[in-house]
Write a protein that binds this ligand. Sequence first.
Ligand code: FNR
Length: 185
Amino acid sequence: MKKIAVLVGSNRKESVNLKFARALEKLAAGRLAFDYLDLSVLPMYNDDHMDPFPETARSMKSRIEAADGVLLVTPEYNRSVPPLLKNAIDWASRPYGKNSWVAKPAAIVGASPGVIGTAAAQIHLRSIMVGLGTVLMGRPEVYLHMKPGLIDDRNNITDPETEAFLRGFIDNLTDWVLAEKRAAA
Ligand code: FNR
C-alpha cells in the first residue's frame, strides 16, 4: 500500500476540509494509507529560528520525504491559501538546499461552503507547488462545494455522482504515485 502524507490547511475541529480528507481516505482504503500531518504544531516561519531547526518541522519534513506522495487539502481564505498551510509548505522547503518537496508526487483538492469550491486558492497553490518541484497531478481538478449532508457522519459521500467522480480522483492519484515510483526505480 502506498503512503500519502496529507496536509489539511485547517485545524478547526469542524473543518470541512478535514471531513473531505476523511471521505477521500475511505474511498482509498486498501490502496493508499493516509498519514495526517499536524500543521498546528509548527511555529510561524522565521529565518532567525533555523538553528536549531525546530523538531516539529524536522519531523514533518521526514514524514513528507518518507511518503510515496502528498495530498494537499486546502480551504480558501480571501481567494488564496490559508496561512496554516502556507507556513507548513515554507518550513518543508527549508533549510535552503534541503527542500523536501523536490520530485514528490503531489495532488491538490479543496472544499468550501462557497460555490467556487476553492478554485481561486488552488490556482495559487498549484503555482507554489510546481515552483517547489513537486510532480503535480494536473487532473482531475477537484473543487468541492461542501453542501450540508454531502458527507455523512461516517465519512461517506452521499451523492452518487460526486462519489463516482472522487473515486476517479483516487484512481488517478494511485496511478500517479505508482508511475512516479516506476520512473524513479
Ligand atoms: C473564508 N472563506 C472563504 N470561502 C471561499 O470560498 N472563498 C474565500 O475567499 C473565503 N475567504 C475566507 C477568509 C477567511 C479569513 C475565512 C476564515 C474564511 C470561508 C471558508 O471557505 C470556510 O470558513 C471553510 O469552512 C474553511 O475551511 P475549513 O476550516 O472548514 O476546512
